[in-house]
Design a protein around this ligand. Structure first.
Ligand code: CP
Length: 304
């Protein structure tokens, strides 16, 4: 039976901890001078990306190569997708070439779930529409553990465009399962009405969400997904909802600052905060390779 990673909603706390423990070991390999292991020797990993990506796509590719897999990338532009081939036909074509792990990013929520039913390869969701981005939340949690020692009892404030964010949904599932308290803050036009049903506190401002936080996470304003009129301008957004040094003072003195990237500088976070001592954004990127190594290794060995 094949195994997939489609989201964190259906994983148990124990499964999430198992991935994070494995990722911590993988991180020692990423940080070493000898980034070559036989964990995926003989396996083939294909990255199928229908949306732009820098860190997710590259980190999956590097993770596969570090573990000695055959790794290939395909994107919608430059492939037969541009000639009108359907998602299902493209996925079945990739599957027929002996692919063991299919990593997929798509603008439609549920696309990897659909493809998972049709292919023999293990499917990893690398971001589906406004639904989930499970490996991003896992790398965020690994980074929090490295800096804070644990997840349980942490107060995590997530600020920004909650409505369009798959990152926030996966983080809420993962963090609440591991015992963190999660608050979300942002413009009410970018806040889903029923978000508190996910077990979080929601605010239409930054200062209430951020008070006493151990972790402050900015979310990208997804300019490509905005419908006109949800907020007046990026300048005004920063004025009311941007995390700058004065707003950060409301969090705990040792709070860390995170962002999934890519950051719109001076919109979600000020440049001083992005480049400041409390920013762990670069470490998130490194954790991303380790988490993707762990996920692909565990999937190839029977799942979580
Ligand atoms: N965080 C994230 O998913 O970044 P990319 O879009 O660059 O992959």
């Amino acid at each position: 039976m094949k195994h997939d990673l489609l989201g964190l909603e259906n994983l148990t706390a124990e499964q999430i901890k198992h991935i994070l423990d494995t990722a911590a070991t993988m991180k020692t390999i990423v940080l070493s001078n000898n980034k070559k292991t036989p964990h995926l020797q003989g396996k083939t990993v294909v990255n199928l990306f229908y949306e732009n990506s820098t860190r997710t796509r590259l980190s999956f590719e590097l993770a596969a190569k570090y573990m000695s897999a055959n790794a290939a990338n395909i994107s919608s532009s430059g492939s037969s997708v541009a000639k009108g081939e359907t998602l299902i036909d493209t996925a079945e074509t990739i599957n027929a070439m002996g692919t063991d792990i299919l990593v997929m990013r798509h603008s439609m929520s549920g696309a990897p779930h659909l493809i998972s039913k049709l292919v023999d390869a293990s499917v990893v969701n690398a971001g589906d529409g406004m639904h989930e981005h499970p490996t991003q939340a896992l790398l965020d949690m690994l980074t929090m553990i490295e800096h804070k020692g644990h997840i349980e009892g942490l107060k995590v404030a997530i600020i920004g465009d909650v409505y369009h964010s798959r990152v926030v949904r996966s983080n809420i599932y993962g963090l609440t399962k591991l015992g963190a308290e999660v608050t979300v803050g942002g413009p009410s036009t970018l806040m889903p009405m029923d978000i508190e049903k996910m077990g979080v506190k929601a605010y239409d401002n930054v200062h209430e969400a951020i008070v006493d936080a151990d972790v402050v996470m900015g979310l990208r304003i997804q300019l490509e997904r905005q419908k006109k009129g949800l907020f007046p301008s990026t300048r005004e957004y920063f004025r009311f909802f941007g995390v700058d040094e004065s707003r950060l003072k409301l969090a705990k003195p040792d709070a860390i600052v995170m962002h999934p990237g890519p950051v719109n500088r001076g919109v979600e976070l000020s440049t001083a905060v992005i480049d400041g001592d409390r920013s762990v954004i670069t470490n998130q990127v490194t954790s991303g390779v380790a988490v993707r190594m762990a996920v692909m290794y565990l999937l190839s060995r029977g799942g979580f």
